[in-house]
Ligand binder design. Structure first.
Ligand SMILES: Cc1ncc(COP(=O)(O)O)c(C=O)c1O
Length: 434
């Protein structure tokens, strides 16, 4: 088989997979260790054809996959590797650009800068921000807090809401900063009047927290940070994409005043994992904190490489997949998907509210509904286990005010009203079995 023939088979495999993924058990129905046990313990001595890899994908690996590409994946956040994103990943691997210096791939660097400008325009961010791509929001937050620390070396505290993502805890731990969790109000938003900024180098405000997608009051937090000269990092990893829709922009009030902002196109924008976009209005702070150019990378041209703004040297050509998705959907195509997800979440929320056996337990600004059966925590927990064990849908949970809560997160580009209706049927079916 030639590369062309194998390539055609691989694309065909993905196309067939995407056609049937809705019918596959969403959560892998295997026991821990089963995948390894089904595979040889040692690597092959002799070369095998690529067809053997595809065969094992079908026969051995498929049952061990949980399908985030399924329109019936409602856990954590809904994500999508859209078709242009899939094809761009193939091109990225084929091109294998070495993103260490502008000269090792002028296109990689300039397309990354351009697509970040494009996305900033789509999200209504101010002109002139410096943007680059990181692998994940965890890295974007880590490097931003490192930048914040570098300009206030004596201030060793980071503040965030009790609902901020655990990546903030991790970054603070790695940077040896003290993390202070600020209590949230009854709608799960940071209470700005409780911010004590003495000795603080940064505040992390979240637009779209992980549990409930609550929105911290960024304008008030920005006022406090500005008055105290403290860095403001806005984590909009999930919800940031919603700023594409003018009717949802009010949730983003004040984010233009942040020192740094992270949005994950690999969450709600149809870009395959990994792609996290980071903007700053203070690129010089990042460059001072991170630029370290060894002799072998010194060159004549006066172009700062993107590696000078972050911790890693080499970068993947991620901009190509972001560019492909922005072009192949366009503003209107992406807005259409986000609006549909928000509509479906509102529909689901309405069904839950209309049923006396269930309750909605948090406001819903975007496309995630937090709800529970009006029964004991243990019954909700067992319900979730049964639902996920059925393989019909995949739903995850959180804990709010000590209570066990289910979350239905809509975000896969293939999810239809029928899928959401099906999810509600499965939940009620399994609830009636307890
Ligand atoms: C608000 C928020 N921030 C950060 C993250 C971490 O994202 P990543 O997996 O890209 O590090 C998440 C993950 O869900 C999140 O919800």
């Amino acid at each position: 088989m030639t590369f062309r023939e194998d390539g055609a088979l691989a694309v065909d495999w993905v196309a067939s997979y995407l056609e049937r993924v809705r019918e596959l058990p969403v959560l892998a129905q295997v026991e821990p260790g089963a995948v390894r046990a089904a595979l040889p313990r040692s690597p092959p001595d002799e070369p095998e054809p690529f067809g053997a890899v595809l065969r094992d994908l079908d026969e051995v690996l498929l049952p061990g996959l949980s399908h985030s590409q399924s329109p019936r994946w409602f856990a954590y956040f809904g994500i999508t590797s859209s078709e242009p994103g899939v094809l761009a990943e193939l091109l990225i691997a084929g091109l294998n650009q070495l993103g260490i210096l502008w000269r090792t791939s002028p296109v990689l660097q300039e397309l990354e800068e351009l697509t970040l400008d494009w996305l900033a325009q789509l999200l209504g961010l101010p002109e002139g921000l410096h943007g680059h791509i990181e692998d994940t929001a965890s890295t974007s937050t880590l490097v931003s807090l490192a930048a914040a620390r570098s300009i206030r070396p004596d201030a060793r505290t980071v503040l965030c809401s009790e609902h901020a993502h655990s990546s903030v805890d991790k970054a603070a731990k790695l940077l040896e900063l003290d993390l202070r969790k600020v209590p949230a109000d009854n709608e799960f938003r940071l209470r700005p009047e409780l911010l004590e900024l003495d000795g603080a180098c940064a505040v992390v405000a979240t637009i779209g927290t992980t549990s409930t997608t609550s929105v911290d009051p960024v304008p008030a937090i920005a006022d406090r940070c500005a008055a105290a000269g403290v860095w403001l990092h806005v984590d909009a990893a999930y919800a940031g994409t919603a700023a594409l829709c003018p009717e949802l922009r009010h949730h983003f009030a004040g984010w233009e005043r942040a020192d740094s902002i992270v949005v994950n196109p690999h969450k709600w924008l149809g870009v395959p994992i990994d792609c996290s976009t980071l903007w700053t209005r203070r690129p010089d702070v990042y460059r001072d904190a991170f630029s370290l150019v060894p002799e072998y990378l010194r060159v004549g041209e006066e172009v700062a490489s993107l590696s000078e703004y972050t911790q890693v040297l080499g970068r993947r050509f991620r901009a190509l997949k972001l560019w492909a998705v922005l072009r192949c959907y366009g503003r209107t195509g992406l807005q259409g998907r986000i609006r549909e997800h928000v509509r479906l979440a509102a529909l689901f929320e309405g069904w839950v509210r209309a049923d006396a056996e269930w309750e909605v337990v948090a406001p819903r600004p975007f496309s995630v509904v937090c709800f529970r059966l009006r029964r004991l925590d243990e019954e909700n927990e067992r319900l979730l286990e049964r639902v996920n064990a059925s393989g019909d849908i995949f739903v995850s949970h959180t804990r709010l005010r000590g209570r066990y809560v289910l979350r239905l997160a809509i975000g896969n580009f293939g999810t239809t009203e029928e899928d959401v209706r099906f999810a509600w049927e499965v939940l009620r079916r399994e609830a009636s079995r307890s």
